[in-house]
Design a protein around this ligand. Structure first.
Ligand SMILES: [Mg+2]
Length: 353
């Protein structure tokens, strides 16, 4: 039986800004580029009282809370604080899987300080984070990643919630289905059409029935409803990439790659949105008729969050292909996005491409 902690900083970017500028305390503070087209990166708890949330458009936020104070994101600062937090984790375990700058899974089944329980470890970590950074973190403690992630949200801000193995079933049965990570609006609407509202309602379905309604995700739902999640904490996550490619029926000259590339970028965008994956790195892949593979990548300081950005990035990578290669004919073009951030971090306006 594993002991997993999910640590999640409270309103991270906004809290860092309040720490930097204490005169903002008690005021509705929003971290976002102050432009009608951008989206909120983080809202302080004071701002949340007005209904402001991360990923909400700044245009809407201005209506809900005209007096909010806007601060442009300072990612180098957040990254520096994030690495302080990771050094705290590293004093307790080396099984650390960061999910974003302010969130990580830790496997503390064995911990360096020989603390008797995962709860003790979580509390020690929260205290040490506060000590080192002046910021509060919330933690969820559970036998697996799925439950730990839900639990960290249960007593936010500055709270801890523990789901011991003996309490897993009692915790899960009444849980509303929208609390399951990965259940978005579309899946939730489908649940409701099937008259399913809580995990308890899921338990009435066989694995085959859930797979009939939800495809491969149905199998995962079947297991999650029973509190089963065998995914280990993976310290050195291989960089994931979501990509798509197309092989031409006939090899084409370089000058004709634009059009299929734009279509690929649009298709890839659809995949990314469905998977709720927003990444900072775009990679272009080309294969010549001699099977030589060429890749070009570009990394942005914030995740791509509009389809135009992806198309623009793809086209600009095409321009970076050497002239010597351009004289070939090409049999394949592909495009991929990697370096993902959590959904909560998305919504920042992309600076100049
Ligand atoms: Mg957070």
């Amino acid at each position: 039986m594993r002991k997993i902690i999910h640590v999640d900083m409270d309103a991270f970017y906004a809290s860092v800004e309040l720490r930097e500028n204490p005169s903002l305390k008690g005021k509705p503070v929003v971290v976002a580029w102050d432009s009608g087209r951008s989206v909120i990166c983080a809202a302080s708890y004071e701002a949340r009282k007005y209904g402001l949330r991360s990923a909400m458009s700044v245009a809407k936020a201005r209506i809900l809370c005209p007096q909010a104070i806007y601060i442009a994101p300072q990612f180098p600062l957040y990254r520096a604080v994030s690495s302080q937090i990771r050094s705290v984790f590293a004093r307790y375990t080396d099984l650390i899987e960061p999910l974003s700058l302010d969130e990580a899974y830790l496997d503390v089944t064995a911990n360096f300080k020989n603390l008797p329980s995962a709860t003790a470890v979580a509390n020690a970590i929260r205290a040490e984070i506060l000590d080192v950074t002046g910021l509060t973190a919330s933690a969820g403690v559970a036998p697996n990643k799925f439950l730990a992630k839900i639990a960290s949200d249960w007593r936010k801000p500055n709270g801890i919630f523990v789901i011991p193995p003996s309490r897993v079933q009692a915790f899960l049965l009444p849980l509303p289905l929208q609390k399951i990570p990965g259940v978005g609006k579309v899946t939730l609407a489908k649940f409701h059409r099937l008259n399913m509202f809580t995990v308890n309602d899921l338990l009435g379905y066989s694995e085959a029935e859930l797979m009939y309604h939800f495809g491969r995700y149905g199998r995962r739902l079947y297991n999650l409803a029973r509190g089963v999640d065998e995914r280990p904490v993976e310290p050195n996550q291989v960089a994931q990439q979501v990509s798509t490619e197309t092989t031409f029926e006939q090899d084409i000259p370089f000058g004709e790659i634009n059009q299929p590339l734009i279509l690929l970028c649009e298709r890839l965008w659809g995949q990314l949105v469905r998977k709720k994956k927003f990444g900072c790195t775009v990679t272009l892949k080309l294969k010549t008729n001699a099977f030589r593979i060429i890749t070009r990548s570009k990394t942005f300081s914030v995740p791509l969050h509009m389809p135009e950005h992806l198309v623009q990035a793809g086209l600009s990578l095409l321009e970076r292909v050497d002239d010597e290669i351009k004289s070939n004919k090409f049999r394949l073009v592909g495009v991929g996005v990697s370096q993902f951030v959590e959904e909560e971090e998305v919504g920042m306006q992309l600076p100049l491409l």
